[in-house]
Design a protein around this ligand. Structure first.
Ligand code: COA
Length: 142
């Protein structure tokens, strides 16, 4: 089941962040973004547990996807794709026409997922991440 994320989900999201990323968002970071206008997200819940999420900020006609992850045991079941498609329709309703995101150059599964959803690479940023890895910037027009 996909639904908008709520404040009560932030601990579960932070837990998945920590499982997935060396530079994970903490629960406090999530809370401060969650509380701002222009930030939205969805969670995928199974058996009452959050197993995946997407979060984005938006201003004027552009949204930036800042958070996407699915718990390892639940991957390759279309969960990220469904979450991101839910985000597309929610932000389109707000008049947003362009979505941007950054992904590590080596993150093949994520890049494949974004390609499937119609994102295209528009730039790279050298040594963007704290560990020196390059970022790929991808864009999709709605
Ligand atoms: C990237 C991630 C979110 C994908 O989640 P997911 O729920 O497994 O993805 P989906 O099942 O919706 O896959 C959608 C498409 O993405 C592509 N894809 C996903 N995982 C893939 C993999 N391991 N290898 C190749 N392609 C992959 C496929 O095209 C897939 O479509 P298909 O199953 O019809 O072939 C997940 O691997 C993850 O959480 N990774 C760790 C966190 C992360 O890197 N987040 C992204 C940060 S930018």
């Amino acid at each position: 089941m996909i639904r908008r994320w709520e404040k009560k989900d932030l601990a579960a999201i932070a837990e998945i962040e920590a499982e997935c990323f060396s530079d994970a968002w903490s629960e406090n970071m999530l809370l401060s973004s969650f509380s701002q206008h222009g930030f939205t997200g969805f969670v995928y819940e199974e058996d009452g547990r959050v197993v995946g999420y997407v979060g984005a900020s938006y201003v004027f006609e552009t949204a930036d996807i800042l958070l996407v992850a699915v718990k390892e045991a639940y991957r390759r079941r279309g969960i990220a794709e469904s979450l991101i498609r839910s985000l597309f329709s929610a932000v389109a309703d707000l008049g947003i026409t362009r979505i941007l995101l950054e992904v590590r150059k080596s993150n093949f599964p994520a890049k494949e997922c974004y390609n499937k959803l119609g994102f295209v690479e528009i730039a790279q940023r050298a040594r963007y991440y704290a560990d020196g890895e390059d970022a790929v910037i991808m864009e999709k027009s709605l």
